[in-house]
Design a protein around this ligand. Structure first.
Ligand code: ADP
Length: 308
C-alpha cells in the first residue's frame, strides 16, 4: 500500500492502483519480501519517465521515485544524432569505395572512364570534409565549447565578407548579389559567428535561387535591435516546412538536397550561432522568394562631445 504518490495523498491504495503498472506492483511485493528492486516506468498521462527504487524495510517496503525524463530525452537525442550522422557519412563513403573499386577493377586503364571515377572520388571526399566540419561545428556549439566574444561590429563589413565569398558562385549562375546594409550599422556580436551566419544564409539563397535571380542582404534598425535579412527570388519554401527548417538534419527535399551535398545542418548551425549571441532568427517565405532574418542586439556608438 502507498501513502503518497507524485505529491498526491494515496493512503490506503495499492502500488498497482497508484501506478497502473504491473511491474511496479510486483517489485513492491518483492521488496516487501526482502529483495531490493529497481525499474523504470513511463507515466503516460504526464509523459514522464520515472526510475523507481523499492527497498525492503521492517514491515514493508520503501519506494523512492526519481524523475529521469530529461536525461532519457538527452540520451535519445544523442542516439538520434549518432544514427543520423552515420547515415549521412555512409553515402559519400560508399560512393568513394565504389569508385575506387571500379578503378582498381580496370577503369584506371581507360583514360576517360578513369577520370570520371576520380572526379566522383574528389566530389564525395569534398562532401565528407564539409560534413565532418559541420558536425564538429555543431557539437562544439551545442556543448558550449564555442565561446562567443561579443563586441561592437559594423554589420556592413560582415555582410561584405559573405557577399564577396559567394560572388563567384553567383556570377557563374548570372545572379545579382546586392548589399543594402548602410555603413555604421552597429551590432553587438561575435565576428566569426556573425560572418558564418551570413555566409551560410547567402550560400543557401544562392544555391536555391534559379539562374538570373537576385539575392539581397538588408538591414533595419529597430528599437529592440538590428534586423539583418537575406532575401532571395527563389521558389520559396512551403509553409509546413518552415517550423522545422532550423532542426538539424532537416531537409525540404531530401533527395535533391542530398544530391547537392547538403545534410540539413547549415541552418541548425546558424540558429545556434544566432542564439549564442543573444539574437533571434526567423524565416518568411512565399512564392516570390524567401527571407531569412536575424535580430541582434544593437550597439549604439555614443560619441563623446569634444572637449575643445
Ligand atoms: P544544408 O546544410 O543541407 O544546405 P540547411 O540546414 O542549410 O541544409 O537547409 C535546410 C533546407 O532548407 C534545405 O534542404 C533547403 O531545401 C532549404 N532551404 C534553405 N535555404 C533556402 C532558401 N533560401 N530557399 C529555399 N530553400 C531553402
Amino acid at each position: 500500500m502507498l501513502i503518497a504518490w507524485l505529491g498526491a495523498s494515496l493512503e490506503g491504495r495499492t502500488v498497482l492502483e497508484a501506478t497502473r503498472n504491473d511491474a511496479a506492483q510486483r517489485a513492491a511485493l518483492d521488496a516487501a519480501a526482502g529483495k531490493t528492486r529497481r525499474l523504470e516506468i513511463d507515466v503516460l498521462a504526464t509523459r514522464r519517465t520515472l526510475e523507481l527504487h523499492f527497498g525492503p524495510v521492517v514491515g514493508g517496503a520503501v519506494l523512492t521515485a526519481r524523475d529521469v525524463t530529461a536525461s532519457k530525452r538527452m540520451e535519445a537525442a544523442r542516439r538520434d544524432f549518432v544514427a543520423n550522422a552515420s547515415h549521412e557519412l555512409r553515402t559519400p563513403v560508399t560512393a568513394i569505395s565504389g569508385a575506387a573499386e571500379t578503378l582498381l577493377g580496370g577503369a584506371m586503364d581507360d583514360k576517360e572512364r578513369g577520370r570520371q571515377f576520380v572526379e566522383i572520388i574528389a566530389r564525395h571526399a569534398d562532401r565528407l570534409s564539409h560534413l565532418t566540419r559541420s558536425l564538429l561545428d555543431l557539437s562544439r556549439i551545442e556543448s558550449g565549447e564555442w565561446r562567443v566574444d561579443l563586441q561592437p561590429l559594423d554589420a556592413k563589413e560582415c555582410a561584405a565578407v559573405a557577399i564577396d565569398l559567394e560572388r563567384q558562385a553567383a556570377e557563374r549562375r548570372s545572379m545579382v548579389l546586392k548589399q543594402e546594409v548602410p555603413a555604421d550599422t552597429w551590432v553587438l556580436a561575435d565576428r566569426r559567428a556573425l560572418e558564418q551566419v551570413l555566409i551560410n544564409l547567402v550560400d543557401n539563397a544562392v544555391k536555391h535561387t534559379p539562374t538570373g535571380g537576385t539575392v539581397t542582404v538588408t538591414s533595419q534598425v529597430e528599437p529592440g535591435g538590428v534586423v539583418l535579412a537575406v532575401l532571395d527570388t527563389g521558389p520559396g519554401i512551403e509553409r509546413h516546412h518552415l517550423t522545422r527548417i532550423f532542426e538539424r538534419f532537416y531537409r525540404v527535399d531530401p533527395g535533391r538536397a542530398r544530391e547537392a551535398g547538403g545534410a540539413g545542418l547549415g541552418l541548425a548551425i546558424v540558429r545556434h550561432l544566432v542564439e549564442a549571441q543573444g539574437g533571434t532568427i526567423g524565416v518568411d517565405s512565399g512564392s516570390g522568394g524567401t527571407r531569412f532574418w536575424v535580430r541582434l542586439p544593437r550597439h549604439s556608438i555614443v560619441t563623446q562631445p569634444s572637449p575643445w
